[in-house]
Design a protein around this ligand. Structure first.
Ligand code: ABV
Length: 270
């Protein structure tokens, strides 16, 4: 996969040289290029921003440096059908999820446009549709100072899904969010640490019981921390053991969806 990133702070992307993603680049699995937006300016001051039409606080990124940068990237598109995908990090974008990471991991060419200040002149985003499939994407419902940190997160989440990047592909299927649930807790030696014991079932050698306990823990954690995930969970054809675990946690299956079980009369508050 080819990835191009444009930023006024290219040094911000330096961590992509490290660890798993850095190794993927060395191994030729990820062809990553970081570009300085100012290299595409033509004025003496290398200006990338200006005041907003209509007034208001802050500065807006000028269209022309972006058009020059994005044109040069569109020209480097790898062989094959389809346009490259241009991801524009923005708190006003669609949410970045594991499902979107999987979808983007299928692409031959991704480009990321890191905005700063109050944003990029909207006409560039419109114009970019001629060369790219444009997707404004939000990492979460909070405001950063620019797109760079969001790009670090997205390139890591996408890069680790590329064939050969993660040594053991089984660790991809077992992790949080791959089945819409949070992961179960994990333990390693010693079996007793500062008077705290590992849950005995994990030392039992009974692999069926261990699998059942872990599944129950996934449901318990998800119910406690992310009830929104449980309500979106496909409970259409769950094994009996899963339904029992969910019942223990106060959930019932209604039309293939999980619903909090209505309180029993003796549990009612008033
Ligand atoms: C991009 N905040 S993505 C540019 N959550 C500026 C701020 C910002 C992004 C995000």
């Amino acid at each position: 996969m080819r990835v191009d990133v444009v930023s006024i702070f290219p040094e911000y992307l330096a961590p992509l040289e490290l660890s798993l993603i850095g190794k993927a680049r060395q191994d030729g699995l990820l062809d990553l290029h970081v570009h300085d937006l100012r290299a595409f300016t033509t004025d003496r001051h290398r200006t990338v921003d200006d005041t907003p039409y209509g007034g208001g606080a802050g500065m807006v990124m000028k269209a022309e440096p972006w058009a020059q940068a994005l044109s040069s990237i569109a020209e480097k598109r790898p062989e094959g059908p389809g346009k490259p995908v241009l991801i524009v990090p923005s708190p006003a974008g669609e949410r970045f999820t594991q499902a979107l990471a999987y979808e983007l991991a299928e692409e031959k060419h991704l480009a990321f446009a890191c905005g700063r200040y109050e944003g990029i002149d909207e006409r560039v985003i419109e114009w970019a549709h001629e060369h790219f499939t444009v997707r404004p994407v939000s990492l979460g419902d909070y405001v950063l100072n620019g797109g760079e940190v969001a790009v670090l997160a997205m390139v890591e989440a996408i890069g680790r899904l590329l064939p050969g990047v993660v040594g053991n592909p089984e660790s991809l299927v077992e992790e949080s969010h791959s089945d819409g649930l949070l992961e179960y807790p994990v333990y390693t030696k010693p079996s007793v640490w500062r008077e705290r014991e590992v849950p005995p079932v994990l030392l039992s050698g009974n692999h069926g019981k261990i699998a059942q306990w872990r599944r129950h823990e996934q449901f318990r954690r998800t119910a406690e921390r992310r009830p929104d995930l449980l309500e979106a969970f496909d409970a259409g054809k769950l094994p009996r053991a899963d339904r029992t675990a969910l019942q223990d946690l106060g959930y019932v299956v209604v039309n293939g969806r999980l619903q909090p079980r209505p309180a029993r009369p003796e549990e009612q508050q008033d």
